[in-house]
Write a protein that binds this ligand. Sequence first.
Ligand SMILES: [Zn+2]
Length: 205
Amino acid sequence: MIVPIPEYCIACGSALQQQIPEGEDRLRGVCPDCGEIHYRNPKVVVGTLIESEDQVLLCRRAIEPAEGLWTPPAGFLEMGESMAAGAARETMEEACADVEIVRPFARIDLTRIGQVHQMFLARLNDPGIGAGTESLEVKWFPWDQVPWSELAFPVVEWVMRLRMEDLDTDQHRIHHGCLHWLEVGSPMSLESYDLSDLQSLSLIP
Ligand SMILES: [Zn+2]
């Protein structure tokens, strides 16, 4: 979901004009009546990679976008929440799973759609899992049976590939990356992005 361009003033309801406010360098929605400037800034998405015995927990999405495709539990951070608390809440909502956050794993900037994704490694506090209202089903996948062609979003595929690489090579890393869309090809395909802006930092295990 791309951060939408606001059409009406949140303060007074008037139709906005797109103009560059004095002293700024880009178009903003400016209210001609009350002067309110409507800034658009990226949204934060938080989620968890829950691992147990060489398996990872995925949810099959019950809602658009990407209905029917697989993703780790993740969703928009709410006001007043820490990123870790938001990730645990989304995990409870989508996978009915009570988790403990282990550590940050990957932060990916999605500049095309104005999102920042922070994924954490997590473990279950309680073995119970189940499909929340936004999931058709939740399921454990051994890492060698991940449904790569049925993952919901390019960011999901990238994060999971980074995690599998770390597991295969016995590395403990934290990743910071950016999905730069190449402006050709489907924005839903990881191949349509330049992934070279990646920093992978090793942690002492
Ligand atoms: Zn206004």
